[in-house]
Design a binder for this molecule. Sequence first.
Ligand SMILES: C[S@@+](CC[C@H](N)C(=O)[O-])C[C@H]1O[C@@H](n2cnc3c(N)ncnc32)[C@H](O)[C@@H]1O
Length: 319
Amino acid sequence: MGRLSRDKRDAYYRLAKEEGYRARAAYKLVQLDGTLDLLREARVVVDLCAAPGGWSQVVTKEASSLVVCVAVDLKEMASLGPKVTMIEGDVTAESTKLAIFEATGGQMADLVLCDGAPDVYGLHDMDDYMQTRLAIVAFDLAKVLLRHGGSFATKIYRGDGGSSSFFKDILGPNFQKVLCAKPRCSRAASVEAFAVGIGFFKEGSKNVNNTDRMIPFVACGSTSDLDADSSYPLGLFADYVLRDPVQLPINPPHLWADQRKRSLLPKEEILVQPLERRASRLAVPRDFKPDASVPLQRDNSGLPAPATDAVSLAAWLTL
Ligand SMILES: C[S@@+](CC[C@H](N)C(=O)[O-])C[C@H]1O[C@@H](n2cnc3c(N)ncnc32)[C@H](O)[C@@H]1O
């Protein structure tokens, strides 16, 4: 899919580039916040599964009393200034929890967000289940990070794979108010929505009333916001100019796949050889010829060792 075709089909994608957001996902938080007022008084925010950083950008813009936003993702993120601390890590790992604590300096969070999306299988029940698992992990983190009275929002899929019990059994007893929110920029056909808990009860003060209540469904954003399911003319915002994304992905997997495709490595070596991720960012001149006098580094199994600099990367690719 070319950049132009995406520009044509998705006005929020275009708007994000116009307004300097790294991801169209930023508008999900803009609209959740516009309706639910999550950010105004937040001083300490934890943004789980944050790459490339669109939500953290919204946090820095809308949370006027912000002290720190801790942004965590499996993927490396480019800096967003002194108030955003980036952590490259898996939110399901214990070490990540400790790193978040360290980054907040021991301060309790006012708001924990999670826009995490595991890789989808395409099997709806399985995807729903995986999404709910991630939401549960996010809430487990929120339980230890949130202050009494704090708020939590996490992406869920509205389906049978566990999201309804997530609302009633997991969020229900722990918050004063629980709701299911759907921002206008999230396509109507998509099962995506956000489970939101407001007014966290720290251990010991459970809200038993919430477990048997109907969960309100709240559409977020204003009626004047763009409709994610409509097509708009390209010149909607100004004279149309095709813009580059605000922040190119760092070390995207397709770079490695591309290098792998172009290399003449035997298939079995390609499959077993994990390339050092940072190496994929290094520029290698097209006419590069490896120096045959430099012995190739090999790992314990005798395979070429992962390249860690441009020269050994190029030597590795020309094997
Ligand atoms: C939809 S993107 C988030 C977009 C982000 N809210 C923004 O505005 O830029 C989903 C992210 O979830 C991350 N993710 C999925 N599983 C994760 C995990 N176990 N730990 C950390 N990040 C994870 C992915 O790496 C991906 O960057």
